[in-house]
Write a protein of this length. Structure first.
Lengths: 358, 358, 358, 358
């Protein structure tokens, strides 16, 4: 139940960072979609560690192997099994973690909940788990592309360095031109410098991602407990280190009165549109045809390359220092994950919406 | 599927603002719990309109009638049906809405999605829908009380007026002593004055609620797609007008590095605890025994008592002015709703956690 | 979770035989369907006790009251709440049951499972629970009628008296012309006489119902765990007293070899059809456009009007004799229930099938 | 949604007969259970083709490879991914099937439903899909063993040759001593001879399996739509070629009146038991502590080694003859599959039952 995401379009994932591999089963993918495996691999490459000096130097090829559900290059409507073998494991790197609870990690809570823990690299709570999401998200994007729907995320804040404008103020084509994945190239440089500096200090830093969904049909979303923004929020908060979600004006809206925040309808040559889009493309939990945009806050990664106090499994105070290879900032590599979760959500809701009328 | 909330403990709700009534079916409530109907009614009274000069003067008695699942004062384990009849309907108040799309309401999106709309008072998208949540939340609270778990929400910001401290800086017993439901009595007065002023101008204003869950057992939450905070976020974002959710440090954490935000473990007389609680009581998606706290942003209510531009059903530009009886700020009455959604979520996850080990 | 039936089209029901009423919430009903309330009431009347000398003389009006989800005579796409008030309760009839476990009833298992039991008339395990199903089934029939799909059940066996032919050997228009609901009027008389005789002896008798679904589109069903016949079987076995389910040739097929039971395809003027229909209209779990037919076995009702041995709540041996008003055979009144469950299943799978391709 | 089985203990499966492999993800398996991989392999061997002269001579090793969720020999509570690689593929065997619809197979219905078909060996509708079930069933058995619950199935009928007694009349230890898996060694020989003869004629034959669950705790099952026998029926009807399900007396009960079929309670030295067990261990949908037993009818396998008429993809009449390697009777190899589905169901309901009381 809880390693599955989605209602109709549904990913069930498995795998730990230092087991044999990660993978999953994708169910409910529409039949007859051309599977562009190269595109799926490109998405995985965007998530992969070791892409730049900003990210961990671990080189994990993360090659996806599809096992079923595809025949002669097209989806058959049957479940798509897939696996990404773990290749570059350094289980010994984690021997020093065996006996301690790492601060702000899942170690302690897993141990209490399950009574039995795989300590190697965080086990199931490792970021490698998100590989399966990127695969399912890439397939969803292939289906959404046929519908003309696009999904784009970018880094909008790193620590105190922040893009002041909203998504429409930037040229989103520039996102992939820098390591930080920020459409403002100047700010991107500042952010990159900061991450590099923080990394040198053995510390980590957080930030925000912004995501925009363009060309979403009107009518996606279920009015009460399946509001489209609640589904997106749930999707985003399921990503490791996510601490907050806002859509439309979100927190900024606190400065506005109702008369300022309402999006007034007008007739745009026969099409009903809104002058403003403070609502973020969703009204009453249902998409209204305007751009959907939201923001996700990620805290600094909990694994530090400096010494920290903690307790060991017997509850005795000790200290801990992680070894080698860790990102100082989750943001750049989280971009494809945010896009993947959004793509899965939109495709799921698109399929669900087909059942609204006979 | 989408008028249900919860996995094991599950509310399925029905009802529109100007139909016969609102109600629902509560499934999965543990057998043998004493049903304190007076407590349920008190919770409904906290949500009810017309409690103070700050809220709409509509006096809706909102009397719950239980229809099943209770025998000799205790839950039987069978589904609990209930209804709250609509008594104080003024359908004529809404005649002027029949032909127009209200700005930032669900009118337009419902019409496109369903092709057939109940325009009276917002129909299903009305705030009356939350009555069913308060009933299911009150029952959940009765069960959680037996486990020693408490859930408390309060108004922490109205427009620019904001509590600077966190929940532990306040005496939460003061929350219900003022109409705004704010534990800082001085700030409460300021907030109340602002709401009153905004109301006088025919306008509306937003704000934030903070919620704290005390004494939650360690181990609730599912690691990947069922993280406890994602479930809470989904629950909160399902409430009308909610625009953002953050837990633990949330947005504030953007100012901290990993070395500052990590919660260091220590041995507190044999119990493993953390010195700080930046994580908000949840690590790796699982409760760690510390207080769980989060914040929800509500936008200003979209219904204004001033004239607004909009279009009618034919897409022709027109103006609109709502009549009588509307809140200028959703916050005070949203407090019991936020608590109810949190209580339902925690009970559901408590029951789920029982299946983790044989 | 377990008082809900269906994936997209979903009934969640509540209510005990001697509580205030029975009812439920219908979710996922397509928007824009004309709600013929008279038809719904007719279906309830077919299920009602006291229709004939064969059934219990209790006269329960069983008037449905819709509470939401319908506006101006059409479904809005919002959940449809409904209630049927219990009017003709005789709780005192059951006082003698308070302290004993009735043989082959749910009394004992409920008490162990829940620790707290509503003994009046069987509580939740009463046949009155099926009223909600008939309401949801009637709405499903209204939607299926628009698609040209019809569902018809009839009594095909009572004790040893059995229709030898299959559904296509009978004029199904005759079903409602007799109290037994059997299309063979002569056999119907025999069956009726037998039920009357058994009733006079204070005993009960079982039998079988046959159900046929005509004009079902090709393609409904999910290949592995959601096979159409498995969904129908699950639906039928959820009806009280159902002990077996077979579709197509079922048990009879044990006499045939593969070469006899296979349904050979042929080209019927451009349409692919099968010469025979041993498969019962479903191949590989998916409808193939031929008639779907199946049979359900119902055991004799456990409530007898004669003395039986049993134990009381303290485990002490005692005897028991039920009072007044009970059916001697569940078959005639089960006909509309079987149809209702089949209609709900087919509508649910019809809606699901819409998500198979983009 | 439809390649998953179970609520809490849940298998999601993937794979086609002639793709890379079959496998799945097992979610909700309790943490801390010792994984006896040898036992899992033995169960797979029981399902494997080529075990005896009665079954297809294809030798498929069907070696399971676990990919996650197990650490130091125990389940961790995380999802268990697994794969069984397809090794002995003969895709050319199926080239002659590419252009035709095989009678009583899923070919035609799949093609209409999905518009795109993997014709090789039946693709997803192949019996190889059940391998994943046997793996998940074997794990469930390991958990149930800790609870003292045992599940045993056997062949009780092949064509007209039938065991007259019920399960308690036989020594179930003899089941695995013959190729037919029948506890009556004499009848087993007759059955085996019949299967061998039918096979020689290029034909196939059906039969029934009986399954008994011993030592099931009282209280498993959900009263209305989640009745234990409905869950078992749904599980059994999801197996290829299953055409009927009966539990307790089932069809035989048609010969009994209520006074004969009721199971009378008595006090067996302080334990409440029933003299008879016509109910099959389930009353009101809930286990009552007596043995649970049921029977499943399997039709003859549709693939014949003789010529059959059919149509090709263009709807033109043609003939078809399958090549080599096919079982003439599904029964012997279906025994472990029936046990697996029963084991998964019972474990799932056992875990669910833990949520009934606080």
């Amino acid at each position: 139940m809880f390693n599955s995401f989605g209602n109709i379009y549904c990913l069930t994932s498995f795998g730990e960072s230092h087991g044999k591999g990660v993978g999953g089963v994708i169910d409910g993918f529409p039949a007859g979609i051309i599977i562009d495996e190269e595109f799926v691999q490109q998405e995985l490459n965007r998530r992969r560690p070791g892409q730049s000096i900003l990210t961990t130097p671990r080189k994990e090829p993360d090659q996806v192997e599809f096992l079923s559900g595809i025949f002669e290059g097209k989806s058959t409507g049957c479940p798509i099994g897939f696996i990404i073998w773990n290749k570059n494991q350094h289980p010994n790197d984690y021997n020093n973690l065996k006996g301690v609870y790492r601060p702000s990690h899942a170690d302690y809570t897993y141990t209490v909940k399950y009574g039995h823990r795989d300590h190697r690299g965080g086990g199931r709570s490792s970021a490698r788990e998100t590989i399966s999401r990127v695969v399912a998200g890439a397939l969803a994007k292939l289906a959404l592309r046929q519908l003309g729907i696009s999904i784009t995320a970018y880094t909008s804040q790193v620590g105190p360095i922040k893009l002041e404008g909203t998504y429409s103020d930037y040229n989103l084509d520039l996102i992939e031109t820098n390591d930080v994945r920020c459409p403002d190239t100047e700010k991107a440089k500042e952010m990159g410098d900061l991450i590099y500096k923080v990394k040198g200090e053995g510390d980590t830093i957080g930030g925000t991602l912004t995501c925009v969904i363009k060309n979403c049909p009107i009518g996606l979303g279920q009015p009460v407990f399946g509001k489209l923004h609640a589904a997106l929020g749930n999707a985003m908060l399921s990503i490791n280190a996510a601490k907050a979600f806002e859509y439309g004006e979100g927190f900024k809206g606190l400065k506005m009165r109702g008369s300022e925040q309402n999006d007034v309808f007008y007739n745009n040559n026969g099409r009903i549109e809104t002058h403003t889009n403070h609502s973020g493309g969703i009204q009453g939990g249902i998409s209204n045809g305007q751009d959907i945009y939201f923001r996700v806050v990620f805290k600094p990664i909990a694994t530090l390359l400096m010494e920290q106090e903690t307790v060991n499994l017997d509850g005795i105070d000790t200290t801990l220092k992680a070894r080698g290879r860790h990102d100082a900032c989750v943001l750049p590599r989280a971009v494809p994950i945010v896009e993947a979760m959004a793509a899965m959500t939109i495709l799921d809701y698109y399929l669900l919406d087909k059942t609204t009328q006979l």
